[in-house]
Design a protein around this ligand. Structure first.
Ligand SMILES: [Zn+2]
Length: 315
């Protein structure tokens, strides 16, 4: 089967726990990726909210170095991709297509030029905030409920010019609507669920029906998140909870907008969803519970690939 995923923290965990991408006990490794014929993965470098300014950038550089070491050492299996052509070439050669993202605009330290550094490094997606505030705007758990800053507005504009995907996962609601106002090109919520779950995490972090409507109207993308807290409560956080999310999104008309942002190695997941080797079982479960194979193929792969091809081009 084919699979495209828009968010995983695996490379950061490889760095922090000194594990290898080829084989590890995390949620993702290259050996287990053998269960897919075509597999695209966006690897995020997560910037913790407490790292600010130069410290944030130097942390980014450390994890980045680890990412490129892994790409080099595993070049026979995985190809680092920056363009739609790179992605096509990777699949044609039977390799995993790996893209690089940064989760947390604190990496810029308030300097617009750093976006050029990120772009040169091959970063093609940036999640504007994590849970707290930074120079760009405010995350969904921040006390400040205001929208994007003036700097944030210039960041979003420049990202879209460069062909760098603007990611609103974690961003607060006013920030989300500012992104919608300040952008012409589609944007995405790389790892966000719908606000249909009653717990404090899901209430703050998941997308409202209105936000989902905006993403659909703008030809955006939404990656379904497998994190327990954003799927349900107690035991109700497994495959049935994923089905509930997908059915809700599809009912709102998001068939062409849905993908996955599993959040592997960035959160706690139900044992039934613990790692990429569980993805084929999830596909089968959803198929057995009324989602057609054509729709599933779009959600698991085609929508994500189409979104990247359309939006990675420079203007
Ligand atoms: Zn996240």
């Amino acid at each position: 089967m084919k699979f495209f995923d828009f968010h995983a923290d695996t490379i950061g965990e490889c760095f922090l726990q000194n594990k290898r991408l080829l084989e590890n006990d995390l949620h993702i490794d290259l050996r287990r990726a053998g269960c897919f014929s075509d597999y695209g993965q966006i690897f995020a470098i997560w910037i913790p909210d407490e790292k600010r300014s130069d410290e944030a950038f130097s942390y980014y550089r450390s994890v980045r170095a680890r990412f490129f070491t892994e790409m080099r050492e595993n070049a026979s299996q995985v190809a680092f991709c920056q363009t739609p052509q790179d992605i096509e070439a990777a699949f044609a050669q039977g390799k995993i297509a790996a893209l690089l993202s940064v989760e947390g605009g604190a990496v810029l330290g308030g300097q617009l030029e750093r976006l050029d550094d990120l772009y040169r490094d091959g970063v093609r997606l940036m999640t504007l905030t994590w849970n707290g505030s930074n120079e760009i705007g405010h995350g969904c758990f921040a006390e400040d409920k205001s929208g994007l800053t003036a700097f944030g507005k210039s960041v979003v504009e420049k990202m879209q010019r460069l062909g760098m995907l603007v990611d609103v996962s974690h961003l607060n609601e006013r920030g989300f609507y500012d992104v919608a106002a300040y952008t012409d090109r589609p944007f995405l919520a790389s790892h966000s669920n719908a606000k249909i779950i009653d717990n404090p995490f899901a209430t703050a972090r998941n997308l409202t029906k209105e936000q989902i409507g905006v993403l659909i109207d703008r030809k955006g993308l939404i990656g379904v998140n497998l994190c327990m807290d954003f799927l349900g409560n107690g035991d109700d956080t497994g495959m049935d909870a994923v089905l509930r999310q997908i059915v809700y999104f599809l009912d709102l008309g998001a068939r062409e907008n849905l993908s996955f942002g599993c959040d592997f190695d960035g959160c706690t997941v139900h044992p039934d969803l613990a790692g990429i080797s569980r993805i084929p079982s999830l596909f089968d479960y959803l198929l057995q519970h009324g989602i057609s194979e054509a729709v599933l193929r779009d959600i698991f792969f085609a929508n994500g690939k189409r979104f990247l091809v359309a939006n990675l081009q420079k203007l």
